[in-house]
Design a protein around this ligand. Sequence first.
Ligand code: 5GP
Length: 127
Amino acid sequence: MTYTYDADNIFAKILRGEIPNNTVLETDHALAFHDIQPSAPVHVLVIPKGPYICYDHFALAATDAEIIGFNRAVGEVCQKLGIQPGEGGNGYRLIANSGPDGVQEVEHMHLHILGGRPMGRMVQKAN
Ligand code: 5GP
């Protein structure tokens, strides 16, 4: 694989404790924290602790333990936030922006968990 991870990205600095964050959950394999510029009443980012750039990089290169640990953390965060549709919550949207067309700003794999209001249509139609 030819992915080149830049350890100076903002989320790597958050993982190293060089930049503060408002943590929702920390596990062996993941860190979840509130987005600094929320796009919805609930806007939490979940990142793996390993050096993965984007979703496909993570999905292809991470260990089974990292992938399972990350996904369990996403579930735990939804539980903590009270947004699980099956448990009385109103639901949420997961977004993983990846690369230029995905308009990914920070090159450390992350999932956005957005909720607290109806999220509207999935994406705008192409012109
Ligand atoms: P992307 O466009 O890469 O999917 O999203 C990156 C997200 O990271 C944005 O929603 C942005 O607000 C958030 N973000 C950027 N810098 C920081 C930071 O220093 N702290 C936190 N908590 N979020 C950040």
